[in-house]
Design a protein around this ligand. Structure first.
Ligand code: ZN
Length: 156
């Protein structure tokens, strides 16, 4: 497969996720809730998380929001990848994603779907679109249990 074809494939996955997201909506119940905004593109996102009873493991992540294909596809792929992950693991994934956007890392085999976003690292103006959902996740996980959704994470 040539690099061009590979890029097309990644683009296809991103567009497919944008048109038919699998994790749109809200979790029931909502254990964590966080809004995020990327002013440079106008993307907004609201994440809701369902955790296990101890609050140490992510059972489900859903998102609502509006934005470009990259922001929405990134949120959908993230929500899928986080199912069943420990909170600690999820925070490591945030760091890995940020490193990937600098061209310094990628995800291992079991999380390889997230590597679809790797191509975005070549377009610096779009990196904030891809990382918005991860920034928002980090804030959601670090907010105290039962906190109100008053916080608004800005990606700037
Ligand atoms: Zn965007």
């Amino acid at each position: 497969m040539t690099l061009g074809n590979l890029r097309d494939l990644y683009q296809q996955v991103i567009l497919e996720r944008y048109k038919k997201p699998r994790y749109k909506g809200k979790t029931d119940p909502v254990h964590r809730q966080q809004r995020g905004h990327n002013p440079s593109c106008g993307d907004t996102i609201e994440l809701t998380l369902k955790l296990n009873e101890a609050g140490t493991q992510i059972e489900e992540v859903r998102f609502e929001g509006e934005g470009c294909a990259i922001a929405m596809a990134s949120a959908d792929l993230m929500a899928e990848a986080l199912r069943g992950k420990q909170v600690d693991e999820a925070l490591e994934m945030v760091q890995r994603f940020q490193a990937m956007m600098k061209g310094q890392a990628e995800f291992p085999q079991e999380l390889r779907k997230l590597n679809v976003m790797q191509g975005v690292s070549q377009f610096p103006v779009r990196i904030k679109c891809a990382t918005l959902t991860w920034h928002t996740l980090k804030a959601a996980l670090e907010s105290p249990k039962g906190a109100q959704a008053a916080g608004f994470v800005s990606n700037e």
